[in-house]
Design a protein around this ligand. Structure first.
Ligand code: 4AD
Ligand code: MG
Length: 427
């Protein structure tokens, strides 16, 4: 039978099952009596140990080569493994020049080094772990919206409806159209920004999860969906791929385990923008950008606020009217004029989510668009406020930043297989 490495490792019918396993060599060690080989095919983080007779000359059997091993599955005498494969025949499918191959046996390669080889780095344990987490997180987010999460409403409970994403900087306005017919909608797809930034948290192409909820007058409802999404999806990921997540804790971000537990255990905090600015002004440290009411919060400010909050995620709400886009709902609150906006700040990345209540009142929206000279462009958007307008709100969560946050990865380029950013055309 042809088995995946995972199937071989989990095989019950031992000993002596006749099997064939294919994969890439993770390690080779030749001893007097026996040749040890570790084989991985991506089906599991753990590799399968192969034992072979060293008297057979296995040419080209080097780290990184692709091989096919045929033999018998036996109970392993080693404590670390249940099973090993006693090779009867080993065929090198594709040799690998160990001198030229950028990754070396038993060497720990820094992420900055690995990043130079986007076409080969998927062979590393780090990228393989990452991609499994990415895949499980994608599934967990879909399942959160489609089944697990049931937002409590007066009438009972209802699910989110998935709508397609388009080539865009944000699906929000389209999502609002859909929320005007399906009540609760979400989308999850690639998003494009002309970011001229080499920061550790910006990409030109990233994935965004966006949700929009109709019949809500409270920003708290939106914040609740964000918190539930974060906690539910993360718990699912932790239970679906514990070894891959552990790999990150062990080799990439040792402090991350406690930090993530803290994020999951504690209720997220809330600060108003005004309170946040007060906290920043009282901070003992000096910032490159002086905190000032009316100015945007910079990454350094966001990071300080998260630390100030004990590394528990914190919602910052009610931002200055003049800082935010036209669609955010006017709080109509006097001299320090604000809108019902929310950003979620988390350790490692700062801003993870951005959202708001949307301005559903026709006259507010009309006069704001007029002042901005955008009335013609957004005639269709105004229509939504003329025909059955409802109070609603939503948010967007950057998926790569989410992965950075749960795994403790400091550079966003390491949570995507082929990151696109300015001046990069590696692949
Ligand atoms: O804060 P942003 O720009 O919000 C919007 O686009 C809203 N229209 C979303 C909505 O309400 N439906 O983006 C949302 C999130 C940010 O908080 C951040 O996590 C992520 O998307 N993001 C980026 N991630 C990686 N690279 C970039 N260049 C990003 N820009 C935003
Ligand atoms: Mg934002």
């Amino acid at each position: 039978a042809r088995l995946k490495v995972r199937e071989a490792l989990e095989a019950r019918e031992l000993p002596g099952a006749d099997v064939k396993v294919q994969g890439w060599v993770r390690s080779v060690r030749s001893q007097k009596e026996v040749l040890f080989l570790h084989l991985n095919d991506g089906s599991s983080l753990e590799s399968l140990q192969v034992v072979a007779d060293p008297s057979l000359e296995y040419r080209d059997l080097t780290f990184g080569s692709a091989v096919e091993v045929q033999g018998k599955l036996l109970k392993s005498l080693h404590q670390k493994q249940n099973v090993e494969l006693k090779a009867e025949n080993i065929r090198v499918v594709g040799p690998c020049d160990a001198l030229m191959f950028p990754f070396k046996l038993r060497e720990k390669h820094p992420l900055e080094y690995t990043r130079q080889f986007p076409h080969l780095r998927c062979r590393t344990n780090t990228l393989r772990s990452l991609l499994r987490v990415r895949s499980e997180a994608t599934a967990a987010i879909h399942s959160f919206f489609q089944t697990a999460n049931k937002v409590k409403e007066h009438e009972g409970e209802s699910h989110f409806f998935k709508v397609p994403a388009f080539l865009t900087v944000s699906g929000q306005l389209h999502l609002e159209v859909m929320a005007g017919a399906f009540t609760q909608v979400f989308t999850f797809g690639p998003t494009f920004r002309a970011e001229n930034s080499q920061s550790r948290r910006h990409l030109a192409e990233f994935y965004m999860v966006e949700a929009e909820v109709s019949f809500t007058e409270s920003l708290q409802d939106i914040m609740q969906v964000i918190e539930d999404l974060f906690k539910t999806a993360t718990s699912t990921v932790l239970s679906r791929c514990p070894h891959e997540v552990e790999f990150f804790y062990k080799y990439i971000a040792p402090a991350q385990k406690g930090r993530l537990e803290r994020m999951l255990k504690n209720k997220f905090l809330t600060l108003s923008y005004t309170e946040a600015v007060e906290i920043l002004k009282r901070a003992p440290q000096t910032f490159t950008f002086k905190p000032e009411w009316g100015q945007d919060l910079q990454t350094e400010h966001e990071k300080y606020l998260v630390t100030h909050c004990g590394e528990v995620p914190v919602f910052v709400i009610d931002y200055p009217y003049d800082l935010k886009p036209f669609y955010m709902r006017d709080n109509d609150d006097g001299p320090q004029h604000t809108v019902a906006a929310v950003d979620l700040l988390v350790p490692e990345v700062g801003e993870l989510c951005g959202g708001s209540l949307r301005e559903e009142r026709l006259h507010f929206l009309q006069s704001r668009l007029q002042r901005l000279g955008l009335s013609d462009t957004y005639q269709w958007y105004l229509d939504l406020r003329k025909f059955g307008s409802v109070p609603h709100g939503g948010f967007g969560m950057g998926f790569e930043r989410y992965l950075q946050c749960i795994l403790g990865v400091s550079n966003i380029k390491d949570v995507m297989p082929f990151p696109r950013f300015p001046h990069s055309c590696l692949l």
